[in-house]
Design a protein around this ligand. Structure first.
Ligand code: ADP
Ligand code: MG
Length: 241
């Protein structure tokens, strides 16, 4: 309808504006960041200054660095989001995408008592998709699962299967983590919604994931129980070419 058309056009315009702004913000942020970092090192080596004064200044600069890192993460995510509009589609195996995501994340969890269970369907049909973008979806999803595990202890199960009737490939990511309350469940796909402390989360991961899955004509569903764990289900149509 007319209203929808106008809305999607203005959304595209906003998308371009955001991408432009993120690009413009990237450079000044990077220079301010490295300048502050150098200043921290310089002041750290000053000897003829009252130690309390020195530490006070260093604390403030540390705070600035943390805030800048947060801004930098947001800017990077927005740039990622704008870049994926131009990406080409190919025939991809979602089990391979998940394996790749696990490889990327391995350093972040290898020291923790986390069990990763993989349950992949043999001869899983491919989907039509972009390997890097789909990778981003599963990296974020598994990272969220890891971060939800109390004391980083628990099980994350990854399942792939083909639903013949729906002609779709289904991925399930299940964790035994903290779970999500029903109030928060309504918000998790909103941009900038995060329950993580400053510097830990941008709240853009699931928003971007949802955008990526929509581009693949797929869907993403979540079920969760506080204290028990969370299940994400992603469905993407089989590649029919
Ligand atoms: P971020 O990870 O930067 O906070 P996301 O968009 O990836 O942003 O996730 C948004 C929020 O959804 C998280 O802050 C968390 O509260 C919740 N969430 C997502 N995945 C899980 C999960 N597996 N278990 C518990 N909470 C989750
Ligand atoms: Mg996340």
């Amino acid at each position: 309808t007319q209203v929808q058309l106008i809305r999607s056009e203005s959304l595209a315009a906003i998308g371009q504006l955001v991408a432009g702004a993120a690009h413009e913000l990237n450079n000044p942020l990077s220079s301010a960041y490295s300048l502050t970092q150098t200043t921290v090192e310089t002041i750290g080596s000053w000897e003829n200054v009252k130690i309390e004064l020195r530490n006070e200044v260093l604390d403030d600069l540390d705070f600035s660095l943390r805030e800048m890192r947060r801004a930098r993460d947001i800017v990077r995510s927005l740039l990622d989001l704008s870049r994926q509009t131009q990406n080409y589609m190919e025939s991809v195996n979602l089990s391979a995408v998940i394996d790749n995501a696990l490889r990327v994340l391995h350093n972040q969890y290898k020291k923790d008592p986390i069990v990763i269970e993989r349950n992949y369907e043999e001869d899983l049909p491919n989907v039509q998709g972009n390997f890097a973008n789909l990778g981003q979806v599963f990296i974020n999803m598994i990272k969220n699962a890891i971060e939800a595990l109390p004391d980083r202890r628990g099980t994350i199960s990854l399942t792939t299967r083909y639903d013949r009737l729906a002609d779709k490939v289904i991925v399930q990511c299940r964790d035994t983590g903290a779970g999500i309350s029903s109030d928060q469940l309504k918000e998790i796909f909103n941009p900038f919604f995060t329950t993580k402390p400053v510097g830990k989360g941008t709240g853009l991961g699931l928003y971007i994931s949802h955008e990526i899955i929509k581009k693949h004509e797929g869907s993403i569903r979540v079920e969760s129980e506080k204290g028990k764990g969370t299940i994400f289900n992603i469905e993407i149509p089989r590649n029919r070419e």
